[in-house]
Design a protein around this ligand. Sequence first.
Ligand code: FAD
Length: 321
Amino acid sequence: MSILVYVENIEGDFKKSAFEVVSYAKAIADQTGDSLTAISIGQVADENLSKLGNYGASKVLNVQNEQLKNFVNKAYGSILAEAAKSEQAKVVVLSNSFSGKGLAPRIATKLNAALADGAIELPEISGDTFKLKKSAFSSKAFATEELTTAVKVIAVNPNSYEVKETGGSATIESFTPSLNQDDFSVIVKEIVRATDKISLPEAEIVVSAGRGLKGPENWGIIEELAEVLGAATACSKPVSDADWRPHSEHVGQTGIVVSPNLYIAIGISGAIQHLAGVSSSKTIVVINKDPEAPFFKVADYGIVGDAFEVVPKLTEALKKF
Ligand code: FAD
C-alpha cells in the first residue's frame, strides 16, 4: 500500500504548494507506515523531480507526453486515478489549487473514495477512519469530517501546511498512462501568464487594498509596500469591479481564497464576503481610518489612521530593515 501525492508545476518548476503537499502526505505516510509516491505530469526535468525525495517521497512517477503539456482536467484526473490504482494507494493527496479543485472530485469519483477538499490540518487517524478539519462554506466556517472509505482523497489548502525537508532521496520512474481520446474533449491550447508577479494564492504575504484608496491612481503606495515586503497585491471586489485593479487580484467569497502568513488589509471595511477569502490568514493587519470598521474584529494588529499617511510611513520604516 502507498500514499500518492500529485505535485503541480508551472513550466517545469514545482509550485511551492507541491512541496507542501509532499510534506503533508509524508506526515500521513509516517503515521500509517506506507510508502510515499509522488506523481508529476508535464515537462519536468529529472533534476527537479529528484528534489521531491528531500521532502519525503521515496518514488516519483513521471508522466511526460506532448498532449499533457498543458493542464487538461479530464485527462489528468484519469491519469491520477490510474496511478492510484496501480500504486494501490489508500490516500491521494493534492493541493486545493485551481486545478486541484477540479481534479479532486473527479479522482474521488473514479476511486469510489471519500473526499476532503480544503483540508487545513493533518488527519487524526484511527484504523481506517481519518478525522480532519477543513474550511467550509467558502472559508466562512470550519468543518470536521470523518472519511471512512478504504481509499481517501485529500485536497490541502495552499499555505496551510509547512514544508519540511527530510534529507531523503527518491527514485524516478516513467509512468505511461492508458490515455483515452475522450479525456481530451477540451484541450488547453495555450496558457499565457497574466503577470510575472508573485502568485496570489501561494503568496506568504499579501498587501490588499479596498475602496478606501479612492481610485486606481493611488495604488502606487500599495505596490511599493508590497515590493518592500516581497508580497503579492490583492483587492476587494468593488475595486476590481470598477476596473481599478485586475480581477485576478480580487479576494473573497467570489474571488480567490488566500491563507498567507501575513494579510495586510488597507482601506477595506471587512464585509463578510471579503473575510470569507482571507480569514484563514495566519496574521491579519488592518489599516483603516474608521475605528468601527468590522475588519478590526478579526485583526491581530490594527492601525486606525489614514492609509495615505500610514502606508508610506510603514514602507519607509520597513526599508530600513
Ligand atoms: P467599502 O465597504 O466602501 O469600505 C472602504 C473602507 O475604507 C471603509 O472601511 C473606510 O472606513 C475605509 N477608508 C476610507 N478612506 C480611507 C483612508 N483614507 N484610509 C484608510 N481607510 C479608509 N467583496 C469582496 O471584497 N470580495 C468578495 O469576494 C465579495 N463577494 C461578494 C459576493 C456577494 C454575493 C455580495 C453581495 C457582495 C460581495 N462582496 C465581496 C462585496 C462586499 O459585500 C463589500 O461590499 C466589499 O467587500 C466592500 O469593499 P471595500 O471594503 O473595499 O469598500
